[in-house]
Design a protein around this ligand. Structure first.
Ligand SMILES: COc1cccc(Nc2ncc(-c3ccc(C(=O)NCC(=O)Nc4ccccc4)cc3)c(OCC3CCNCC3)n2)c1
Length: 304
C-alpha cells in the first residue's frame, strides 16, 4: 500500500495539522530517532494543483536556511506524496502570541529579525512567500522562528506589507486590519488606516508606517529593513540573512557516521549525499546535522 515505503523509515504519530490539501503528522525517523513532520498529500485530491506542488517541492530542495523549515525526504507513491519536514516543537507563533496577549518590544524585535532574514533569503533565491501569517511561522526547540508553507510566486513586493501586518500582530496581539465581513475588511486595507495602541514606541510606529503603505512604491524595501534603526536597536548589528547551512558544504562528522553505518568510504558517502536525492540518505544526513546543531551525539541507531 501507499504507506509501505514511508513506514520503512518513520514511525507515525498523531496528526498536528490539516491544511487545504494536506495533512501533517508528527513522526520519528527510525535511524536517527529525530522527530519530523510528515506532510501527506493525496494526488487525487490535489488534482490540477499537482504540478504546482511538484514545482514547490523542487523549490524547497534549494531552500536551506536557519529560519526556514527544512525538507528532508520526499516519497511519491501511486496515490500519495509524502514530505518529511523539520518539526518545530514550539508550535505556531499565532498560538504563542495569543497565549502571551502580545510580545514585549525586545522579543518582537528578535523574532522580527528572523522573519526578515528568512524573507531576504527566500527573495535571494528568486522566490516570494505568498502566505505570510502567524500560522505559517513555527517555533523550534531553541525558540527560533521557522517559515513554512511556501506558495511560490514572483511578487516579492507583496511580502513587505505582510511582514508589516506580522510585526503589528507581534507588538499588539491583534491585526491592524480586521473584520468578519470581507468587503469591510478590504475597504479598511485599501484605506490603510489602523489603530496605534499607546504602548507602541515611536520607532516601531515609524517602521509600521513604512511597511503598511497602501502604495507598494512607497513601501520600504527588504534591503533597507536589514539595517533599519528599529531592527538594530540596542547594540544589535544588521540582520545576518545569509544561510548558515549552504547546500554545498557537507559536515565531516555526519559523513563519517553515515559511511561507518553503510560500511563504505567517506568519499563515496560524500558523493552519494551530494546527489541530494531527498531519499533516506538525504534525510539521515540532514537529521544528523540537526542533531549536531542541537548538541546531540552524531550517532545512528542500529535497527532492531
Ligand atoms: C507542538 O505542537 C505543535 C503544534 C503545531 C505545529 C507543531 N509543529 C510543526 N512542525 C512542523 C510543521 C510543518 C513544517 C514544515 C512544513 C512545510 O514546510 N511545508 C512547506 C510545504 O510543504 N510547502 C509546499 C510544498 C508543496 C506544495 C505546497 C506547499 C509544514 C508543516 C508543522 O505543521 C503543522 C501545521 C498546522 C497548521 N498550521 C501550520 C503548521 N507543525 C507543533
Amino acid at each position: 500500500d501507499d504507506y509501505e515505503e514511508l513506514l520503512k523509515y518513520y514511525e507515525l504519530h498523531e496528526t498536528i495539522g490539516t491544511g487545504g490539501f494536506a495533512k501533517v503528522k508528527l513522526a520519528r525517523h527510525l535511524l536517527t530517532g529525530e522527530q519530523v513532520a510528515i506532510k501527506i498529500m493525496d494526488k487525487l485530491t490535489l488534482g490540477d494543483d499537482l504540478p504546482r506542488v511538484k514545482i514547490e517541492i523542487e523549490a524547497m530542495k534549494s531552500l536551506s536556511h536557519q529560519n526556514i523549515c527544512r525538507l528532508y525526504h520526499v516519497i511519491e507513491t501511486p496515490k500519495k506524496i509524502f514530505m518529511a519536514l523539520e518539526y518545530c516543537p514550539g508550535g505556531e507563533l499565532f498560538d504563542y502570541i495569543i497565549a502571551k496577549d502580545r510580545l514585549a518590544e525586545e522579543e518582537a524585535r528578535v523574532f522580527f529579525r528572523q522573519i526578515v532574514a528568512a524573507i531576504a533569503y527566500v527573495h535571494s533565491q528568486g522566490y516570494a512567500h505568498r502566505d505570510l501569517k502567524p500560522e505559517n511561522l513555527l517555533i523550534d526547540a531553541e525558540h527560533n522562528l521557522k517559515l513554512i508553507d511556501f506558495g511560490l510566486c514572483a511578487k516579492p513586493r507583496a511580502d513587505i506589507w505582510s511582514m508589516g501586518v506580522l510585526l503589528y500582530a507581534l507588538l499588539c496581539g491583534f491585526l491592524p486590519f480586521d473584520d468578519d465581513n470581507v468587503m469591510i475588511l478590504y475597504r479598511k486595507i485599501v484605506r490603510g488606516k489602523y489603530e496605534i495602541p499607546k504602548w507602541l514606541s515611536p520607532g516601531s510606529v515609524l517602521l509600521l508606517h513604512q511597511m503598511l503603505q497602501v502604495d507598494p512604491k512607497k513601501r520600504i524595501m527588504v534591503k533597507h529593513l536589514l539595517n533599519h534603526p528599529w531592527l538594530m536597536h540596542g547594540d544589535s548589528f544588521a540582520v545576518q540573512w545569509q544561510s548558515k547551512y549552504p547546500l554545498g558544504h557537507l559536515d565531516e562528522d555526519c559523513i563519517t557516521e553515515l559511511s561507518v553505518f553503510h560500511k563504505c568510504s567517506r568519499e563515496s558517502m560524500a558523493d552519494v549525499i551530494s546527489e541530494w536525492k531527498y531519499d533516506n540518505v538525504s534525510a539521515t544526513y540532514l537529521l544528523l546535522q540537526s542533531k549536531k546543531a542541537h548538541g546531540k551525539p552524531v550517532r545512528l541507531r542500529i535497527p532492531s
